[in-house]
Write a protein that binds this ligand. Structure first.
Ligand SMILES: C[S@@+](CC[C@H](N)C(=O)[O-])C[C@H]1O[C@@H](n2cnc3c(N)ncnc32)[C@H](O)[C@@H]1O
Length: 270
């Protein structure tokens, strides 16, 4: 599939802070975020940057890990979410937030020890530019942890498997800009000048349709898809009605990938 998605409910529209907080407080969210943090090996005094920090749900944990001599910088382009981030990190004087587009980081070259980026590359216009900027900002011994979903792994149980598969294809083609970024992380990191250390898949799953819909937004996506003539009205209504009334099972995988900067060759002056 080429070309720009036609319908973009989540693209360029910042998610509400409650949405981000709910994910961070879910069992899966807590688990993978703690794991990502452990991979990043933040030390006392580290300079840590959270790219696309949103409402700042991860800033306090990184502030604690970097200690009183460390520095934590949250960067996001959404002013409303950054206001929540300021609130979230108000007890941590080493945390600052900056409003910027992460395609062009307001960071000096080689000034950062650790970079964290969680569910952001799926939305940006140019993931390779963001990763190149991250590589530029990191010190030669710098490390990065990326967490991104791969929406081709979205499975929603329904007897009409063909419709469920069509729904997943619709999300990939029309809803999420870089829907299959999860599987591409190791390659993109390598191309941006990183050595990949760890690749760890995490599968979130839901057995409650209302809870699943809060994260996956399938009712909203279906409503727009029907309006736009991209999914059939009757079949879509029946699918949604069945999901909301019957037993529910759905799952989506994310990939946690840690990497360090490839050793840069010294430029020769002789
Ligand atoms: C799904 S949210 C994740 C927020 C946070 N990392 C978390 O785990 O809660 C994606 C975030 O990326 C931000 N974002 C998307 N594109 C951006 C860009 N080009 N520059 C800066 N922030 C961006 C959005 O504003 C949003 O806060």
């Amino acid at each position: 599939m080429t070309g720009e998605p036609k319908y973009r409910p989540w693209l360029d529209v910042a998610p509400p802070s409650d949405y981000l907080r709910n994910i961070a407080n879910s069992a899966t969210g807590k688990g993978y975020k703690a794991f990502a943090k452990s991979l990043l090996q933040v030390e006392e005094g580290s300079v840590v940057v959270d790219l696309g920090c949103g409402a700042g749900v991860d800033l306090p944990a990184y502030a604690k890990a970097a200690g009183r001599t460390g520095k934590v910088i949250g960067i996001d382009h959404d002013a409303d979410l950054l206001a929540h981030a300021v609130n979230n990190a108000s007890r941590y004087p080493t945390v600052s937030v900056t409003k910027a587009d992460i395609h062009q980081l307001p960071l000096d070259t080689g000034s950062v020890d650790r970079i964290h980026i969680d569910r952001v590359l799926q939305h940006v216009e140019a993931p390779t530019t963001v990763l190149a900027e991250a590589a530029r900002a990191l010190r030669t011994d710098g490390m990065m942890v990326c967490v991104e979903p791969d929406w081709a792994t979205l499975v929603i149980d329904h007897p009409d498997v063909t419709f469920s598969n069509a729904y997943t294809q619709h999300v990939i083609a029309q809803v999420i800009r870089n829907a299959t970024i999860g599987r591409a992380l190791p390659r993109l990191l390598d191309e941006a000048g990183f050595n990949v250390d760890t690749i760890y898949p995490v599968t979130a799953h839901w057995t409650d349709a209302v809870e699943a819909d809060k994260v996956l937004g399938f009712r909203d996506v279906c409503a727009h898809a029907v309006t736009d003539g991209l999914l059939p009205a009757t079949g879509t209504k029946n699918w949604i009605d069945d999901l909301m009334t019957g037993p529910f099972f759905g799952a989506l995988s994310l990939f946690v990938v840690s990497a360090h900067i490839k050793s840069r060759s010294m430029s020769s002056t002789s």
